[in-house]
Design a protein around this ligand. Structure first.
Ligand SMILES: Cc1cc2nc3c(=O)[nH]c(=O)nc-3n(C[C@H](O)[C@H](O)[C@H](O)COP(=O)(O)OP(=O)(O)OC[C@H]3O[C@@H](n4cnc5c(N)ncnc54)[C@H](O)[C@@H]3O)c2cc1C
Length: 430
């Protein structure tokens, strides 16, 4: 750089999930023309060229929605950013660089002035033997796609099977309950003899709802029972094997498919081992979501341990809306830092939560108000459509829902987009 050149501030966002996307949107709102003129450089690193809207996973599994309805291409979303497809492999907190293992097999080094770690959570492979090899997962786009395709194929193969098959969903939280209901719906639609079962180590389904909304949790359990899902509580899965599962008690149960939704772990990026984490591995953050001792590094979403603003003894729930709001807070604070202004503490009050168990049925809680049946179901639909990364995506989902409600099902014959990064490691803006 010569004496007259002004250094362009460089922002690197790791992870194009809910937190990363909303951080970028906030930056684009606050920095507008500076981003367009290249006076601030934003680089986003993500393994896949798509964002997956996890909220529609159940609908994609049941064939109600095509996989494409849950996917948003990243290139138009990050219009004024450089998108590098790959995994951040190492962070040098002193030199302020990120080393990326890019999708084209090359290694790239990205210098940063500000860094957001928004890499979410991971499947708990170390804690659950056999999960990687024999269990089905939904955390990332490719796993969800693989499971969807395999499930549809597996059910087709069972049409003439002499004995009923068994599918197990492990986990009694929101994801487990929704996935069990969706699989049950698909099994009914395919008219195959398959039993859908759900095991949870907890004494009840939806434990997270119980402290404030125990009747909603009971309602969901009742709906699941009516759908035909066999629920077993107090049944912790210790290991997944090629033929089924081993429970904590040592009991062995055979299943044709095992889908794991019970808990997550947190990957530690090489070079960040010394950063402060809680006992579960989440990054500890300050009120404004900076990392203590590293004012140029921020964390948001599932990977961050963020105290609940209205009661700091509790933590923010790990879900999409909280990740989006935290990402937005980081984007605003990064922009403020560039302008030499102070950042603001994370101050979001929450909205609620919802689970769909069938069309027109499920449970929802909106600012403490319990909702069931069509009201809860429509509220969930409306919020999810609203919170899709793009309005076009929301419209696409509504169209797909209209098709579904008039009888259309996506049972695996329709070609779906492949989500692997192909043809290079950077997305073009066009
Ligand atoms: C099946 C399922 C259903 C769910 N349903 C709901 C729901 O209905 N409602 C709800 O609110 N929440 C739901 N959730 C939870 C919600 O998806 C998460 O809380 C949310 O994704 C967290 O957002 P995030 O931005 O922190 O992480 P993510 O959305 O997971 O994004 C992290 C991104 O970082 C990328 N990444 C990871 N490691 C690296 C690396 N080393 N380098 C670069 N990139 C990396 C990942 O590929 C990913 O794209 C569901 C989750 C699952 C799995």
């Amino acid at each position: 750089m010569t004496g007259t050149e002004v250094a362009v501030p460089r922002i690197v966002i790791l992870g194009a999930g809910y937190a990363g996307i909303d951080a970028y949107k906030a930056l684009a709102r606050r920095l507008g023309s500076r981003l367009r003129r290249g006076e601030v450089q934003v680089t986003v690193v993500n393994p896949d060229p798509y964002h997956t809207f996890h909220g529609w996973t159940g609908e994609v599994l049941s064939g109600r929605l095509p996989l494409s309805a849950a996917l948003t291409p990243l290139a138009p979303l990050f219009r004024w950013a450089r998108v590098v497809l790959g995994h951040a492999a190492h962070v040098d907190l002193v030199a302020r660089t990120v080393t990326v293992q890019a999708a084209d097999g090359q290694t790239r080094t990205l210098p940063y002035d500000q860094l957001l770690i928004g890499t979410g959570s991971a499947d708990p492979f170390a804690r659950v033997p056999g999960l990687r090899e024999h269990g089905w997962k939904l955390k990332n786009t490719r796993d969800m796609q693989l499971f969807r395709d395999h499930l549809h194929g597996w059910l087709s193969g069972r049409a003439t099977a002499p004995e009923p098959g068994r599918i197990l969903v492990v986990g009694g939280g929101f994801a487990g309950v929704e996935m069990a209901a969706a699989i049950c719906e698909l099994v009914d639609a395919r008219r195959v003899a398959v039993e859908t079962e759900l095991y949870t180590s907890a004494p009840h389904l939806l434990e997270a709802l119980r402290p404030h909304q125990s009747r909603l949790a009971d309602h969901a359990a009742g709906e699941l029972g009516r759908l035909g899902v066999k629920v077993r509580t107090g049944a912790g899965v210790r290991e997944i094997t090629p033929r089924g599962v081993v429970l904590s008690s040592g009991e062995v149960q055979e299943f044709g498919l095992v889908l794991y939704t019970a808990g997550v772990s947190y990957d530690v990026l090489l070079g960040t081992e010394a950063l402060q984490r809680d006992e579960r591995g989440r990054l500890v953050v300050e009120d404004d979501l900076r990392l203590p001792g590293h004012p140029e590094v921020w964390a948001a979403g599932d990977t961050a341990r963020v105290p609940l603003p209205r009661d700091r003894r509790e933590l923010c729930p790990a879900n999409a809306l909280w990740a989006m709001k935290q990402g937005m807070c980081v984007g605003n604070n990064m922009a403020a830092a560039l302008k030499g202004q102070p950042g603001r503490p994370f101050a979001y009050g929450g909205l609620g939560q919802a689970a769909s168990l069938r069309v027109g049925g499920g449970v929802a809680e909106l600012k403490g108000l319990p909702l069931t049946g069509w009201t809860g179901w429509l509220m969930r639909l409306g919020f999810f459509v609203w919170y899709m990364p793009t309005k076009e995506g929301g419209v696409r989902v509504l169209r797909a829902w209209a098709g579904s409600l008039s009888g259309r099902r996506h049972l695996g014959a329709v070609p779906e987009p492949r989500t692997e990064a192909t043809g290079g490691a950077e997305l073009s803006r066009s």
